[in-house]
Design a protein around this ligand. Structure first.
Ligand SMILES: [Zn+2]
Length: 136
C-alpha cells in the first residue's frame, strides 16, 4: 500500500501518536535548549524515563501533565463525576508511581525538577526555575 504521508508528515503523525512531544514538553525544550546545557531526551535506562537528562551534572527534569499525574489542588485536574470510578484509581496509580520513581532517582544521586503543565502559564517564572536548577 502506498504511503499516504510524506516522510516528514509521517514522523510528525507518529510523534503525535506516541504523545512524546507534547506541547508542555516542547515549551520546556525551547527553554532548556536556550540554556546551552547539553541534554538527552527520554533516557530509558533511568527510572521513569525522565523527559530531560543532564548526565554530567546528574540532573533530570520531568514535565508533567496536570491531569495525568494528578497535580494536587490544580484546576487542570477536573475529573467528570461520572468517570471518577474509572479515572481516580488510574490517576492515583500514576501519581504513586511518580513518587516511587523520584525516590529511586534521588537514591541514585540525581537532582530532580518537576515542571507542571499549569506552571507554563507563568513562563518567566518557569524559565527562571529551570535556569536556577541547571546553573546551581
Ligand atoms: Zn497543575
Amino acid at each position: 500500500m502506498a504511503d499516504v504521508f510524506t516522510k516528514e508528515k509521517r514522523s510528525e503523525v507518529m510523534r503525535a501518536v506516541h504523545s512524546k512531544n507534547t506541547k508542555p514538553e516542547m515549551i520546556v525544550r525551547r527553554i532548556v535548549s536556550h540554556s546551552g546545557f547539553r541534554y538527552r531526551l527520554h533516557q530509558r535506562d533511568l527510572p521513569g524515563c525522565p523527559d530531560f537528562v543532564f548526565k554530567r551534572a546528574k540532573k533530570a527534569i520531568f514535565v508533567h501533565g496536570c491531569f495525568w499525574h494528578l497535580h494536587a489542588k490544580c484546576s487542570n485536574v477536573r475529573i467528570p463525576k461520572s468517570g471518577k470510578k474509572y479515572w481516580l484509581p488510574k490517576l492515583k496509580k500514576n501519581h504513586e508511581r511518580d513518587k516511587v520513581i523520584r525516590a529511586q532517582l534521588k537514591k541514585m544521586g540525581w537532582l530532580l525538577l518537576t515542571i507542571w503543565e499549569c506552571e507554563l502559564k507563568k513562563i518567566n517564572n518557569t524559565e527562571k526555575r529551570i535556569k536556577r536548577f541547571l546553573e546551581n
